[in-house]
Design a protein around this ligand. Structure first.
Ligand code: HEM
Length: 271
């Protein structure tokens, strides 16, 4: 019997679809919490001119008295972070893609442009302002920036060439790397919650767990995405079920991480 007509075929297709929906729902909740934190913490302080108040939470540099350029880039970087996160989520809503393709195209262009801005301003903050905790954590985030620039260009090019399958794959990869700093926070706090403490972590983000999570914050989501894309295209039920299983595990870890990040990193500074 061909694998595609096995009795498992509809089950595995449904399992893959629902596992992705489950992960997306959890991730959307976590990204909404991130946006809420940025607006309530950085947004309120910036709009009221209380720039020194950025440092009311632990940061590497944040506000530096007298550093007008650095403070301006920091402000633009953190405030646009809320918009790019929102637009990234918006791109994933199927109803918008189907019913308002023009909105999808425009929000897509703005998302990709802002992702480029986030990467370039992040590179400037790291290299020119010198904001980083350790060389290894800087290399990890700089590699993320390079991937954002590369994937953005590839997603854009595929859309212009009207190669929509390829565009979708590169756009999803762009979403993963542009969410890298969100995944990093979720990954770190998920690890802290599961271990009930910062096991393998240091204050300069150079412990073994820090290093795995710094690179893993975008390489692991990219790997899971590739597995999903392969499972989706494949006729093989076992591959679809494998992808669904991995996505369910990812969703569980994401849920723990979102809980940890919200409770430990964000809520204490906005309540
Ligand atoms: C779309 C992607 C990105 C988002 C959403 C984002 C978001 C943020 C946020 C919210 C902050 C404020 C710090 C905090 O409250 O934790 C921040 C700061 C910062 N980000 Fe990004 N970022 C992104 C990409 C990058 C990249 C690619 C780099 C490096 C190449 C980078 C480097 C930095 C640096 C150096 C700071 C300053 C940290 C400090 O002064 O303590 N960011 N970013």
């Amino acid at each position: 019997m061909p694998i595609s007509s096995s009795p498992l075929a509809p089950v595995s297709t449904a399992a893959l679809r629902w596992s992705v929906r489950g992960w997306l729902l959890i991730a959307a909740g976590g990204q909404a919490a991130f946006i809420g934190f940025i607006l309530l913490f950085y947004g309120v302080r910036t709009v009221t001119g209380n720039f020194a108040g950025w440092n009311d939470k632990p940061l590497i540099d944040g506000y530096i008295a007298g550093d007008r350029a650095g403070n301006a880039v920091f402000a633009a970087h953190v405030l646009i972070a809320a918009l790019v996160t929102f637009l990234g989520l918006m791109q994933l809503v199927p109803a918008i893609r189907r019913r308002a393709p023009a909105v999808h195209r425009w929000s897509g262009r703005v998302f990709l442009s802002l992702a480029v801005f986030m990467a370039l301003s992040g590179i400037w903050l790291s290299l020119s302002r010198g904001t980083y905790l350790s060389v290894v954590s800087a290399v990890a985030i700089l590699l993320d920036a390079v991937l954002i620039l590369l994937f953005t260009a590839l997603a854009w090019r595929a859309a212009r060439q009207r190669r929509f399958e390829m565009h979708r794959a590169w756009a999803l990869r762009t979403f993963m790397v542009a969410s890298g700093v969100w995944f990093l926070r979720v990954g770190l706090m998920g690890w802290v919650v599961l271990n009930q403490g910062p096991v393998g972590m240091t204050k300069t983000m150079s412990g073994p767990a820090d290093i795995v999570l710094a690179f893993g914050s975008y390489l692991i989501p990219l790997a899971v995405l590739e597995l999903y894309l392969v499972g989706e295209r494949s006729q093989r039920s076992d591959l679809k079920l494998l992808a669904a299983g991995v996505i369910v595990l990812a969703a569980l870890y994401t849920a723990v991480g979102v809980f940890g990040t919200t409770m430990l990193m964000w809520a204490p500074y906005v309540t």
